[in-house]
Design a protein around this ligand. Sequence first.
Ligand SMILES: *[C@@H]1O[C@H](CO)[C@@H](O)[C@H](O)[C@H]1NC(C)=O
Ligand SMILES: *[C@@H]1O[C@H](CO)[C@@H](O)[C@H](O)[C@H]1NC(C)=O
Ligand SMILES: *[C@@H]1O[C@H](CO)[C@@H](O)[C@H](O)[C@H]1NC(C)=O
Ligand SMILES: *[C@@H]1O[C@H](CO)[C@@H](O)[C@H](O)[C@H]1NC(C)=O
Ligand SMILES: *[C@@H]1O[C@H](CO)[C@@H](O)[C@H](O)[C@H]1NC(C)=O
Length: 455
Amino acid sequence: MYCLLRPCLQRCLFILKVKPRYVLLCFGAIVLLDFFGAFTHLFEITYDENFVYPYEGNIQELADALRHNEKPNIEPINEYKYPFLLHNPQKCTEAGYSTFHVVYVVKTALEHFERRAAIRKTWGYEKRFFDVPLRTIFLVGTHPDDEELQAKLKIEATKYKDIVQADFIDSYYNNTIKTMMGFKWVVKYCSNSKFYMFCDDDMYISVKNALRFVRNPAKYPGYFKEPKKLAAHKREISSADLIAFQRDIGNFDNASGRRNATIDKRSSVASFIIDETADNNNSRSNAYKGQDKQVNENFGVESKQLLGSNTSVLSRAKRQLFDFELPDDVRLFSGFVFVSSPHRHKSSKWYVSLKEYPYHLWPPYVTAGAYVLSKEALLDMYYTSFYTKHFRFDDIFLGLVAKKAEIEPFHCEDFHFYKKEYTKYNYKYVIASHGYGDPNELLQVWNEQKALGNA
Ligand SMILES: *[C@@H]1O[C@H](CO)[C@@H](O)[C@H](O)[C@H]1NC(C)=O
Ligand SMILES: *[C@@H]1O[C@H](CO)[C@@H](O)[C@H](O)[C@H]1NC(C)=O
Ligand SMILES: *[C@@H]1O[C@H](CO)[C@@H](O)[C@H](O)[C@H]1NC(C)=O
Ligand SMILES: *[C@@H]1O[C@H](CO)[C@@H](O)[C@H](O)[C@H]1NC(C)=O
Ligand SMILES: *[C@@H]1O[C@H](CO)[C@@H](O)[C@H](O)[C@H]1NC(C)=O
C-alpha cells in the first residue's frame, strides 16, 4: 500500500513544499493590493469629465426658490432636521449693532470646557475691538447617556450664552451634521454678519490676520507685508486721517464706475482680482491703496484705546473703512484648499468605497480646521446643501456643495491644517493653525503673538 501511495505522497509533499508558497504569495499579494485599494483605483471614474453627484438636476434654481421662500419644483433630498436644544436666538440681535463683521462658529465637543474657556479669552473674545463687532458661538451635539455632562454644559451655556446644541449624537462621523447645523443656526439666527469663520476648538486663530485677510483675500499677506516704513512710525488713526480718507473713498466711488461694473450677483474672489487689476492704472484707485495700507497697519483699534477720543466721528469713518472691503455680494469660501484623491486603503480612517464615491478625485475642498465664508457664499451653500446628498466628511461635503453651487474655493497658505511649528517670529502672517488642543499652550502662544501685534 505504502509503495503504491509513495509517489503520490511525494508529489503531494512536493506540491505542498513549492506551490503553496506561490499560492500563498499570490493570495497574499491580492489581499494586500486589495487592502491598499489597487483594484478599487482601477474602477474609479475620471473626475473631470464625468462628475455628477446627486441631486443631478438644475440645483441653482431649486436652491434659489428655497432661499426666497418659494416652493421648489422638487422636494429637497437632504435635510438636517435636528432640533436645537440650546439655541441662543438673541446672540446676534443685541442692541448696538445691526451687522457683525466676523462670526466665529466653533465646532467643539461637549467635554472640552477648558478649550472653550481659552478661546473666550483669546481669539473668541467678542469685545476685542471697539469698532469691529465680532461674535463667537460654540456648536455641540449630544451624549445621550451622560446627564452629568449635559447638566454641566447647561450651566456653561447659561453663563456665557454662546453655546448652540443640536439633538444629534456628537461623534466624528457626525461632523457633517454638526457643520450643517451650524449653517442652519447662522441662517436662522445670525445672518447679519459679513463673514463667518468656521473653526475647530483646537485651533490657533489670529483675529487681526483673519480681518486683514477678509479685507483683501487675493492680496493677503502681500498687501500689508511690504511697508516697513509704515511700521516704523506706527501711530493711532486720528480723526483727521479718517475724514481725509472718507473724502478719498467718496472720490473713488464717484470716479470709478468700473470698480463695481464687473462684479455681478455671482461675483467670486476671482472676478474681484481681475477687477482690481483692471483698476490698477486708476490714479484714484492707487491713492486709495496707499491709504488702505496705512490704515490697515493701524486698524482694529483696541476698544480701550478709543475711549476718550471722538468716538462718533471715528466709528462712523472707520465703519466706512470696513465697508469698503470686498463687495457685499462676493462669494468667498476660503482656507487651505486641497485637490486630492479618495482614500481607498481599507485601514484608513477616511476609507471610501466606490459605491459611496466613484471618482478618482475629490472636488477641490477646504480643510475643515478653519475656513472663511462670506455671507453670500454661506447662504448659497446652505440652500444648495438641500440638494446635495449627505457625505460623512464635512470638508468633502462642503466641497461637493461648493462645486454644485459653482463656488470655487479660494486657497490661502496661511491657514495651516497641521500645526505650524511655533517660534515667536514665524507666526506673523499665520491666520489659523491646527494643533492647539492644549488650552495653556493656546493662551501662551496667542498672548505672545498679540503682544507682537500678530494676533
Ligand atoms: C449621528 O447622529 C444620529 C442622530 O443622533 C445618530 O442616529 C447616529 O447614530 C450618529 N452617527 C454616528 C456615526 O455617531
Ligand atoms: C460724488 O457724488 C455726489 C453725489 O452724486 C456728489 O455730491 C459729489 O460732489 C461727488 N464727488 C465728487 C468728488 O465728484
Ligand atoms: C455700482 O453699484 C451701484 C449700487 O449697486 C449701482 O447703483 C451703480 O449703477 C453701479 N455702477 C456701475 C457703473 O455699474
Ligand atoms: C497708465 O496711465 C498712464 C498715464 O495716465 C499712461 O501713460 C499709461 O499708458 C497707462 N497704462 C496702461 C497700462 O493703461
Ligand atoms: C465729535 O464729533 C462731532 C461730529 O463731528 C462734533 O459735533 C463734536 O463736537 C465732536 N466732539 C468732540 C469732543 O470733539
